[in-house]
Design a protein around this ligand. Structure first.
Ligand SMILES: NC(=O)c1ccc[n+]([C@@H]2O[C@H](COP(=O)([O-])OP(=O)(O)OC[C@H]3O[C@@H](n4cnc5c(N)ncnc54)[C@H](O)[C@@H]3O)[C@@H](O)[C@H]2O)c1
Length: 265
């Protein structure tokens, strides 16, 4: 037995969406640390490029791609970029997502445009990503891994009605892809984070800048979790590394809450 362990993702070709910030950036960095070659995809190319710079500075291999995951052509091009650059696709982490446009908005406050954007990015992005990853996995053979970012908001009624419904849809698509993909060696799982005050998500939802990641917001979020700590992007990245690695070879169709016990109550 060797004491040194092999990197969990040695030589794998991976795509992370929403890789310019938060969970996506933390996961892209951890995937690279574990030996993966990473396509960092984001609607904001500048942010994806910044993540690539951080990975390269740490000695890893990565490339940036601009992609709006709600657009099928962008998703097709993103997967082609991974195949062109790294020869194949082993892992797709469908992580990009957007919050309720005005945090705290009630169902009746959502406009038709809010609805279309939430469904288009949060559910459409995972539909297009999963569809084209499965096509690529079947074409190249040897299976493949899909990981989706859902939310505790898809498990309990928290975090916004339409937003939560899109995340419930993500969870259900995850299970369905897992069952359809199993005969082909394709695994599909999801993580379900609880509130993460330190990413850019809450600001994207309209939380005032002085409240984002403030001590008060962090404490409020932490207090709502049985373990008493706010969830971080790094917490999610650790769960992601495990689920996309061969260490989880016999795990498919599960939604793993990363929530400090929030939904266990
Ligand atoms: N932060 C939270 O409280 C929280 C809680 C539960 C689940 N989540 C989920 O975690 C995931 C990541 O969120 P985060 O907290 O890291 O947020 P974040 O805002 O810090 O990062 C999201 C990234 O996705 C990118 N993005 C947005 N729309 C995109 C699109 N159409 N195509 C491609 N990229 C796009 C953004 O540019 C950004 O870089 C999301 O799916 C979110 O729903 C977040």
């Amino acid at each position: 037995m060797s004491v040194a362990s092999r990197p969990a993702l040695d030589g794998k070709s991976a795509i992370v969406t929403g890789a310019g910030s938060g969970v996506g950036a933390a996961s892209a960095l951890r995937f690279a640390e574990e030996g993966a070659k990473v396509v960092c995809a984001d609607i904001r190319l500048d942010l994806a490029e910044e993540t690539v710079r951080r990975i390269e500075k740490a000695g890893g291999t990565a490339t940036a791609v601009a992609a709006d995951v709600s657009k099928e052509d962008d998703v097709i091009a993103m997967i082609a970029a991974a195949v062109d650059r790294f020869g194949r696709l082993d892992i797709l982490f469908n992580n990009a997502g957007i919050p309720t446009p005005r945090l705290g908005a009630k169902l009746e406050d959502h406009t038709a445009e809010d609805f279309e954007r939430l469904v288009g990015v949060n559910f459409g992005g995972i539909f297009f990503g999963s569809k084209h990853a499965v096509i690529q996995f079947k074409k190249q053979g040897g299976g493949g891994v899909i990981l989706n970012t859902g939310s505790v908001a898809g498990l309990v009624a928290w975090g916004g009605s339409v937003y939560g419904a899109t995340k419930g849809a993500v969870h259900q698509l995850t299970r369905a892809v897992a069952i359809e993909g199993a005969p082909f060696g394709i695994r599909a799982n999801a993580i379900g984070p609880a509130g993460m005050p330190a990413t850019n998500f809450m600001a994207a939802g309209g939380l005032p800048a002085d409240a984002v990641a403030s001590e008060k917001t962090t404490q409020q979020v932490a207090a709502s979790h049985p373990l008493g700590r706010a969830i971080t992007a790094e917490d999610c990245a650790e769960a992601a590394v495990f689920l996309v690695s061969d260490r989880a070879l016999n795990i498919t169709g599960v939604i793993v809450p990363v929530d400090g016990g929030y939904v266990a109550r």
